[in-house]
Design a protein around this ligand. Structure first.
Ligand code: SF4
Length: 253
């Protein structure tokens, strides 16, 4: 299929982000996610269609010029494009087409994934990716099912496979949510897992935040963590120290 025939469901496009990879980045947030994380800050990204009222359809041919518009910023900051979600792999064919086009014109590429997908689909994207950000949300499978709606077995096996097969930068993120996974048991288990991987660029600890609360209200959806406050800076430092202690040698941000 040609670039003007391949369509994707896009939630939004954010310019000049500094939180989603190296340098200044254009972040393309795609619709659809297989998880329902209780702490999700973008509940409007979860539905694959537009039933929440958010998002639009774009062809690859329409999206690429949006990305290339900022090439000068990528050049000066060593930035590029990041495909995020929702879960990008819910639209694996669209991602593959976008990343292939970006690589052809020399744009640095990254993806942010929950890694809950068919490994063959993920593997097809890897040759056109410079960086993969993958989340580990919970190590205990029952807890993972309780808080995200799905098992973590595929997530962990996909991360392990990437650590073996991916020649770019694999970066792991741990979203830390008080009352859910911000405890020594999870942090140690995640550190042990990271230690066992073949190759890893770094691990990033992400503090829970409450920025999505207003969207839950707009969507008429209940937020189970509405009363949970973000962790303090001290709590994050303690978590970092705990991780470092359990996984010496791994770079932690
Ligand atoms: S994986 Fe991300 S987008 Fe999907 S529900 Fe969880 S936090 Fe939200």
């Amino acid at each position: 299929m040609r670039a003007n025939e391949i369509t994707g469901r896009v939630l939004q496009i954010e310019k000049c982000s500094i939180h989603d990879g190296d340098g200044l980045r254009t972040v393309v947030f795609l619709k659809g996610c297989p998880f329902r994380c209780a702490w999700c800050a973008a509940p409007e990204s979860q539905d694959s269609d537009f039933s929440s009222g958010y998002g639009r359809t774009l062809t690859v041919a329409e999206l690429i010029p949006e990305i290339t518009k900022d090439e000068i910023f990528y050049f000066h900051s060593e930035g590029g494009v990041t495909i995020s979600g929702g879960e990008p792999l819910m639209q694996a064919g669209f991602c593959e087409a976008v990343l292939t086009e970006c690589k052809k014109i020399g744009i640095n590429t990254a993806i942010e994934t929950c890694a809950y997908c068919n490994y063959e689909s993920l593997e097809k994207l890897l040759p056109n990716l410079d960086t993969v950000y993958a989340d580990i949300k919970l190590m205990d499978n029952n807890e993972h099912i309780k808080w995200t709606g799905e098992s973590n077995e595929t997530v962990l096996s996909n991360i392990r496979a990437m650590s073996h097969n991916f020649s770019g930068k694999l970066r792991i993120r741990l979203p830390l949510v008080p009352s859910v996974n911000m405890n020594a048991g999870f942090i140690r288990a995640a550190a042990e897992f990271c230690r066992s991987l073949d190759k890893l660029d770094f691990v990033e600890l992400l503090p829970y935040h409450r920025l999505g609360l207003e969207t839950y209200r707009k969507l008429g959806r209940e937020n189970l963590l509405a009363n949970i406050m973000p962790p303090s800076r001290e709590d994050m430092e303690k978590a970092k120290a705990l991780f470092k202690d359990a996984a010496p040698g791994i770079r932690v941000l």
